[in-house]
Write a protein that binds this ligand. Sequence first.
Ligand SMILES: *[C@@H]1O[C@H](CO)[C@@H](O)[C@H](O)[C@H]1NC(C)=O
Ligand SMILES: *[C@@H]1O[C@H](CO)[C@@H](O)[C@H](O)[C@H]1NC(C)=O
Ligand SMILES: *[C@@H]1O[C@H](CO)[C@@H](O)[C@H](O)[C@H]1NC(C)=O
Ligand SMILES: *[C@@H]1O[C@H](CO)[C@@H](O)[C@H](O)[C@H]1NC(C)=O
Ligand SMILES: *[C@@H]1O[C@H](CO)[C@@H](O)[C@H](O)[C@H]1NC(C)=O
Ligand SMILES: *[C@@H]1O[C@H](CO)[C@@H](O)[C@H](O)[C@H]1NC(C)=O
Ligand SMILES: *[C@@H]1O[C@H](CO)[C@@H](O)[C@H](O)[C@H]1NC(C)=O
Ligand SMILES: *[C@@H]1O[C@H](CO)[C@@H](O)[C@H](O)[C@H]1NC(C)=O
Length: 597
Amino acid sequence: MLFDWRLIAVALLLASSQVVAGTAGSWVKRSLPIGSEWQRRAPATESVSVHVAIRASQNEIPAIIANISDPCNPQYGQYYNQSAIEQFITPSKAAKRAVDEWLSGHGVQKRSEGHDWFSVELPVDKASAWLGGADFGVYEHVSGKRKLHVRDYSVPSHIDEHVELIKIDGTASIIKEVDAANDITPEGNNSQGAPAEDSDADGDDDNDGMDASDGPCSETPYTVVCLRSLYNMSNYQMQAPDRQRILVAGFVGQHASTADLQEYLQDFTPERAQYNISELVNITDINVTHGFEANLDLQIVASNVLPMPVTFYYVGGHGPSKKINGQKSKNEPYLEFFSYLVSLPDNELPQVVSISYSDAEESLGREYATKVCDYVALLGLRGTTVVSSSGNDGVGSHELCGADDEFIPVFPASCPYVTAVGGTMGSLREQVGSEALMDYYAGSGYSNFFDRPSFQDDAVNTYMDTANKFRGRFNANGRAYPDIAMMSDSTAAVINGSTESFVGTSIAAPLAASFIAMVNDARIAAGQPVLGYLNPILYTHIAPTLGTFRDIVDGATSGCGGGAFEATQSWDVASGFGAPLFDPFRDAALNVQCPAA
Ligand SMILES: *[C@@H]1O[C@H](CO)[C@@H](O)[C@H](O)[C@H]1NC(C)=O
Ligand SMILES: *[C@@H]1O[C@H](CO)[C@@H](O)[C@H](O)[C@H]1NC(C)=O
Ligand SMILES: *[C@@H]1O[C@H](CO)[C@@H](O)[C@H](O)[C@H]1NC(C)=O
Ligand SMILES: *[C@@H]1O[C@H](CO)[C@@H](O)[C@H](O)[C@H]1NC(C)=O
Ligand SMILES: *[C@@H]1O[C@H](CO)[C@@H](O)[C@H](O)[C@H]1NC(C)=O
Ligand SMILES: *[C@@H]1O[C@H](CO)[C@@H](O)[C@H](O)[C@H]1NC(C)=O
Ligand SMILES: *[C@@H]1O[C@H](CO)[C@@H](O)[C@H](O)[C@H]1NC(C)=O
Ligand SMILES: *[C@@H]1O[C@H](CO)[C@@H](O)[C@H](O)[C@H]1NC(C)=O
């Protein structure tokens, strides 16, 4: 398990401001309240990294994206190009100048930046002086988890309207936080995520009794041939593969191997082995290593969609992955990643993005998660569908639940602009994925940070009677996820030349991303816009069309203190609408009926 955080009761961190007179001009004091279950234990001593957002004019975004993604609105599919999106991410010149002067006046240098955000890393005393005497402290939760926090800080009053402090990370060894968790587990009895034994790709070791039929799913580990047949994707021929791009995200310092990809294609989809993926792009300047997650995600996408251009981006984080006393500092690359994508030139922009990583919302913080989710909305404005796995910890990891057993939603699945994919198992009768042996439970839940979008109301309300068993342990008004679910059990990937088997929603996300890219292909060929921000059309038109999903009615997303959301008939928070079926889904996406105006 990569998680080492503990459950934190959810506290609304509402920043409050008041102007106070300072010696060098006036300052505006701001507060970042922290729940009473946190106690300040010690002053922070080493360096801190602070992410700051410069306010740009983003107020109209929710209204615009609502229109652009509503298939019955005249603006549907009129996506923004690179120059048109700039208006939403470019702070005023005056704001930029004021902020730059504020930094240079304190000798503070940016360590990384985007259009409307930057981060700095500096020693605590310097950070404190820069933020008007801010008291950075190490806070301890009742559960034992520690984090860096600052209750009060100040910014000069002429800066106040321009900036928002969105995230503070400690780099000191005392702050044990973790990287984004990748959502796969190598099969084999190894909870540390170390390489599993090679499993036999011929399936001689298949003894789970689940898949006794003949056919492409009769043996495990499953390959792309089985996965495609399960979701009715087998017979689709790409019609316009050069008219869109798909991107696979690689975090936690992993990159993918083209040699392993070639071998996977040769073994399982030889007809695609003649193609190369378009590129491996390195968007940050830190070291990355060859990894399981990266290979699995890329192999699933490439084997489904080549010759469509496939790009693998590896994002190492926002700075050097410093080790202090053997602890790696926290790397949260979401902001860098999404802000980078939003401003890509039109001919490099991916129309589908696959992410197989998740973090506890609470570990990212409300301000940061909100900023990142705003960027996902901007990608929606550009016509990009972002797909993410729902995590492998059910409603919250078994070992790590807090005293009150509140469920622990994960991000980015919890962002309403993301299409979240849950996990299933069993190829004859799919059920919600859970494998006690592998410590894998398909993730699901209700966001504590993001409200439920109205198009989810009908679906979520019908499930409320079932969910209410756990009332009080989740935010019933939150964005509920996953939206759909796909296979997450015993799936093959080639790693360092040998075929190994994996479980986890990391399998489902690249599969779903491939599925959506294929539906996009049909739409492009029919002269229709790509799907972009998918969830509105999914909830209002596609899922309500008969036959577009195979309902998943068995299994539950177990977790925290015996909590578990059960699958039921129709939409449920364990599996969303269930397993998508290509032909009917595509046809529904091509033939949206709108009420006469
Ligand atoms: C959204 O669409 C409606 C209906 O066409 C229109 O009246 C409204 O002005 C649009 N809003 C924005 C922000 O474009
Ligand atoms: C980008 O979109 C704007 C607004 O729709 C349009 O005026 C402009 O010509 C477009 N630019 C390109 C390069 O297509
Ligand atoms: C997994 O490993 C643990 C610890 O080594 C052992 O106790 C357990 O029996 C193993 N489980 C299986 C199914 O092999
Ligand atoms: C896909 O689904 C359609 C409609 O349900 C069916 O006619 C067709 O046989 C299916 N194709 C495959 C390859 O499963
Ligand atoms: C794929 O890449 C390899 C190695 O870079 C190269 O030798 C080969 O010609 C490429 N194949 C195609 C079809 O572009
Ligand atoms: C990524 O880029 C950085 C700097 O440009 C370089 O040092 C590093 O080696 C690259 N990593 C890989 C895997 O190519
Ligand atoms: C990357 O790795 C190499 C070899 O391990 C090391 O020499 C170099 O300092 C590392 N660079 C960074 C930025 O960590
Ligand atoms: C692949 O092999 C190299 C060299 O033996 C090793 O360093 C690396 O950890 C291996 N990668 C994986 C994902 O097993």
